[in-house]
Design a protein around this ligand. Structure first.
Ligand code: 6PG
Length: 472
């Protein structure tokens, strides 16, 4: 038994991550119940990697305390693998779940395994296939003692930003998977914003694909620099050999989802913490899948407005850049706020600056702006909301007029920009000392005696809203 690291699940992510670990000099063992995948791993012919089709032989090949990471689809499969592992691992061994597990599952598994004397680390891994191979961003949480044992490996295989690895211990129990879930919620929001900017350029400004490519390329050279804009720029240049036009134009417009965005919104609502830009991004993927209904409706409600904006393309795209900045800041701010609240509720012991720090490289939402988020929470670890940071606010204020222009022009021309709009309406309420929700309180009390509170007097009140008291 000489192997230092074991991986269960030899799909692309598992195999790539294992190769990354082996590249750093660790002897690795891989296990999968598919013989084909085990053969593919052995065919790599790496002196540091050994593939196994037998679980016992796999775990027997590991040094103690044994480190076993799972990269298998979230859900029941994780529980099944853990059950099998219980028969072959010993007290003190370490199990890492590197998949996109729901944080409540991780919470349960952590407590169960702790009771059995096994260390459990729920770890978010971001960066896709390429990230796994060359350097992901990793969000481990759970057992601090176990983290110390796996830290040297993780720090070596992570992406590096300014010489520092994009991995750190996130916090207690399910903290790692909660942080990864919020990462994905932000990922959904930014992807939705990019797709809305595409719609404005394509239908509103009637720009050609190569012009849109140039705009994204330019944005990606400035403060919007990010992985998601980088790949979008590539997508606007990609043609399949022998095919006319961009591959993009041949792709169906029904967006799929594996659920992590939805979980973010569900988790946020459970905590009464508003994340509307993320919520609407989840809903728009779902709406996109109602293709049949959309086709029917498009016949009843054809475009009633002239979609062409008739604007100077260059000037307008500069405004669009500002509006994008505005909405992107809002998406990150809402995600960070959710982390702030979850930290209180679940006693995770999260450090928001550390989260921003490890998101700066390796992961899907890595971006220039994460430097500002990091700086804000680093300067003030008690900061409740990113929009209250003076530097962030100073930049955001400049972009407000453009956000209003983009959202209102789109509405007038019948172009849908729900995420931009949600960012703006969230902002307009967030910055407002008073909201019209006193009326909602009055209505609730009227029809259901739900009581209300008064501005000038402590306590909870109920009124009989009978007609005699109402002046007609
Ligand atoms: C990452 C990604 C990844 C996620 C995909 C697909 O950080 O590497 O978030 O974990 O699984 O982005 O997500 P959807 O299928 O839900 O779009």
């Amino acid at each position: 038994n000489q192997n230092s690291f074991g991986m269960i699940g030899l799909g692309t992510m598992g195999s790539n991550l294992l190769q990354n670990i082996a590249d750093h000099g660790y002897s690795c063992a891989g296990y999968d119940n598919s013989a084909e995948k085990v053969n593919a791993l052995n065919a790599l012919d790496s002196e540091n990697i050994q593939g196994f089709s037998n679980l016992k032989e796999f775990t027997d090949s590991l040094k103690s305390p044994k480190i076993v990471m799972m990269l298998v689809p979230a859900g029941e499969i994780v529980d099944n693998v853990i059950d099998e592992l219980l028969a072959v691992l010993d007290k003190g061994d370490i199990i890492i779940d590197g998949g996109n597990s729901h944080y409540t599952d991780t919470e349960r598994r952590y407590l169960e395994l702790e009771g059995k004397g096994l260390h459990f680390v729920g770890m978010g891994v971001s960066g896709g296939e390429e990230g796994a191979r060359r350097g992901p961003s990793m969000m481990p949480g759970g057992d601090k003692e176990a983290y110390e044992a796996i830290k040297p490996v993780l720090e070596k295989i992570a992406a590096q930003v300014n010489g520092e690895p994009t991995v750190a211990f996130m916090g207690n129990r399910s903290a790692g998977h909660f942080v990864k879930m919020v990462h994905n919620g932000i990922e959904y929001a930014i992807m939705q914003l990019i797709s809305e900017s595409y719609e404005i350029m394509k239908r509103g400004l009637q720009m050609e694909n190569d012009q849109i490519h140039e705009v994204y390329k330019k944005w990606n050279q400035g403060r919007l620099k990010s992985y998601l804009l980088e790949i979008t720029t590539d997508i606007f240049a990609f043609k399949n050999e022998g095919e006319e036009g961009l591959l993009l134009d041949n792709i169906r417009d029904e967006a799929k989802a594996k659920g992590t965005g939805k979980w973010t919104s569900q988790g946020a609502m459970d905590l009464h913490l508003p994340t509307p830009v993320i919520d609407i991004s989840v809903s728009m993927r779902d709406l996109s899948s109602l293709k049949n209904l959309r086709v029917q409706a498009s016949k009843i409600y054809p475009d009633l407005t002239e979609m062409h904006y008739g604007k100077n393309v260059n000037d307008y795209c500069d405004q669009l850049e500002e509006a994008f900045y505005f909405a992107m800041v809002s998406a990150y701010a809402q995600g960070m706020h959710l982390l702030y609240q979850a930290n209180i509720e679940f006693k995770y012991d999260l450090k928001l600056d550390l989260i921003a720090k490890i998101w700066r490289g390796g992961c899907i939402i890595r971006s220039e702006f994460l430097e500002d988020i990091y700086a804000a929470f680093n300067k003030d670890p008690e900061l409740q909301h990113l929009l209250l940071d003076k530097t962030v606010a100073g930049n955001l204020i400049q972009s407000i007029p453009s956000a209003r222009t983009i959202v209102s022009d789109a509405a007038i021309h019948g172009i849908s920009t729900p995420a931009f709009s949600a960012a703006l309406t969230y902002f307009d309420n967030f910055r407002s000392e008073s909201m019209p929700t006193n009326l909602i309180q009055a209505q609730r009390d009227y029809f259901g005696s739900h009581t209300y509170e008064l501005k000038a007097k402590e306590g909870v009140f109920h009124t009989k809203w009978i007609m005699e008291n109402i002046k007609q």
